[in-house]
Write a protein that binds this ligand. Sequence first.
Ligand code: ATP
Ligand code: 3PG
Length: 557
Amino acid sequence: MLHTHSDPSKASNIFNLSSTIRKISTNTPSPQSPRPHIHSTSPPPPYLHRALSRSLFLSTNPEESETDSKNYIQTMASAASPTFCSIPTTSSSSTTRTRSSLNVPTTRFLTHTSLRRLGFAGAAAEPLLTHHVATQLRSLKSSGKPVRGVASMAKKSVGDLTASDLKGKKVFVRADLNVPLDDSQNITDDTRIRAAIPTIKHLISNGAKVILSSHLGRPKGVTPKFSLAPLVPRLSELLGIQVVKADDCIGPEVEKLVASLPEGGVLLLENVRFYKEEEKNEPEFAKKLASLADLYVNDAFGTAHRAHASTEGVTKFLKPSVAGFLLQKELDYLVGAVSNPKRPFAAIVGGSKVSSKIGVIESLLEKCDILLLGGGMIFTFYKAQGISVGSSLVEEDKLDLATTLLEKAKAKGVSLLLPTDVIVADKFAPDADSKVVPASGIPDGWMGLDIGPESVKIFNNALETTKTVIWNGPMGVFEFEKFAVGTESVAKKLAELSGKGVTTIIGGGDSVAAVEKVGVAGVMSHISTGGGASLELLEGKELPGVLALDEAIPVPV
Ligand SMILES: Nc1ncnc2c1ncn2[C@@H]1O[C@H](COP(=O)(O)OP(=O)(O)OP(=O)(O)O)[C@@H](O)[C@H]1O
Ligand SMILES: O=C(O)[C@H](O)COP(=O)(O)O
């Protein structure tokens, strides 16, 4: 695989595969040594799905609980913050591993402002919560009950609500049911509906009255083609009950329907974006939505990056405001598994333009061991190295940025691999003439539309060494059959790795479409339901819909 280099005079050597693969980095896995530990001083931290959102500190000695309050907070932070991802451990026992992560000085944790940037980790960085936990532990101690430890999650979860919290209660559930519909209003992909079901089922099986809200598309005012009505049959089928549909999302008619909703019933409100106040997050509108219910559950991960009335505004008027199961799972993987990965950790980033992935690449460079680049963006990287790219997609104003990213990768010891060969086309069309050429030999007038077969092999070899892989963005113009091979090969490789216990996370949008097309979606560890939201999360940005939720309260175990 091509080791990126900013010196154009070295370009021809770079494309010599066999010599290059050894040059990539001292960390780079070679085909001869398929499973090296890239960071030998940093054995994989324990990856446990639940442990990433629920950090558990176990102590058999109640006397330890005073200091444990600090430790517990640090443990929470270590599950979500890149700062803590390479803390060395010496034992394979989960208790010991947890303890070893406690050696980080408290002050470092408390002053580390980046922890606050992620909604997921926000609670861990909150001095008030630190105090709260300490107080709680003191009171537990003074109660005389033996305390084994404390478990908590940064955000309060719908799973924390019991039948007594829910029975007869009106629960406003914000889901992201923004599914694609064809011209006849048929749902062409029901993934987001299916993903919303566990939370709704939990609520109705505990006797709650569910008031379900979502947007669909980007309507400007009331627009019939963006009505949520076509979703009712599928929702009803998946829930096993008849879902009632309101023609509005606020107002007297809706209030009547809410009043007649039985325990265990579901009322689907009309598209919340039919009101411009939704996207403007107008408090009066949020108050009207909130007035329908007693408590709030946000399960709309795909819309959690929007500070809208139904995702953020309502939390000011409804208590508790908690995370749904889908939201939790997305955070577990996209924050937890990425910040605290089993290593080696590879990121695959593709898509059309480097400009739209700068934040993701920069953020992943801080965390991953191997970065594989594909898609249209690679040509900007080639050109930045003085390599001729024919008429391939290039962002001329991002050449310096590409060079900077390559230098950053080198400085951080990340093995950044660019494809060594590409499939070029004589025009941008499904029936274009095509051929495989070395990346250094793209003829004038031809454009690269996919990664080549040699690159697929080398990517596969690099991936073979990994324990965690995250993928965002296609390797080529996969919408054209002729140029879908690179993207589909990545999908197949990740499916194979999933079967071997590798954590595989698909970041959303086009990569998810590719995985579904290949028919391997079901075997991946996690497929995100969020496009923009997953990108923002991977960039390390705050998600307002998550930040607005109540913090979790630690519970004794
Ligand atoms: N070599 C290429 N030349 C031009 N366009 C390309 C090339 N490779 C991929 N693309 C296009 O990039 C588009 C996807 O790019 P985009 O930046 O939108 O990724 P993305 O949608 O964010 O990825 P994801 O949805 O997985 O997060 C696809 O439509 C694909 O056809
Ligand atoms: O499809 C999505 O990414 C979400 O539903 C958010 O939609 P939006 O980009 O229109 O806010």
